[in-house]
Design a protein around this ligand. Structure first.
Ligand code: FES
Ligand code: FES
Length: 199
């Protein structure tokens, strides 16, 4: 549904009129009603079409676990899971996700009931400041699913065989998630433990 709104505006011209319009339709604000599930709860928003999924989560739904780093697809801090796939929520509009299932870090686990990937990051010191961590964890959960599903990466050597969980695969697949604190080796240790493999 598209709605329009008007804003009041004033203007001056040659001393004749100090107020040309008390209310004029100088700005159309286009909004759309969108409904999606976030962490299992249906959410319905009447939202400016330009709102990113990241801003919808943080500013409208107050789920601030998902972080805004670069806001243009360079750092991975905003990674969430949509219908089982990891995406940069800063690069997609909320209105594109009508009917989708969105999982954020809050939906993976909570204090006292952590997802095994969250627990592994704690155990292995997979963070320092923690700013990148929600995105790292959402990404890591899906990375293991991608490997299980035999989706190849840039470093997969044999495309005719089942992809393996190796350090090289994990590093390559996590390369879109930047950690300014440089916790990379501990992050790999955490993911490796959850994968249940020795590399
Ligand atoms: S905030 Fe989305 S990729 Fe950096
Ligand atoms: S833990 Fe600080 S940016 Fe990754």
């Amino acid at each position: 549904m598209v709605a329009t709104a008007t804003v009041p505006v004033t203007s001056t011209s040659a001393g004749s009129q100090t107020r040309l319009q008390s209310e004029a339709s100088v700005v159309d604000i286009h909004c759309t009603r969108v409904a999606f599930a976030v962490n299992g709860t249906r959410q319905e928003l009447e939202i400016d079409n330009r709102t990113t999924l990241l801003d919808a989560l943080r500013e409208h739904l107050h789920l601030t676990g998902t972080k805004k780093g670069c806001d243009h697809g360079q750092c991975g801090a905003c990674t969430v899971i949509v219908d089982g796939r990891r995406i940069n929520s800063c690069l997609t509009l909320a209105v594109m996700h009508d009917g989708d299932e969105v999982t954020t870090i809050e939906g993976l686990g909570q204090p006292g009931n952590l997802h095994q990937m969250q627990a592994a990051f704690v155990k292995h010191d997979g963070f320092q400041c923690g700013y990148c961590t929600p995105g790292q964890i959402c990404s890591a959960v899906v990375v293991l699913e991608e490997i299980k599903a035999n989706i190849p990466s840039h470093v997969t050597e044999d495309l005719t065989e089942q992809a393996e969980i190796t350090t090289a695969e994990i590093r390559e697949r996590m390369s879109g998630n930047i950690c300014r604190c440089g916790a990379y080796s501990n992050i790999v240790d955490a993911i490796t433990e959850v994968a249940g493999v020795r590399t």
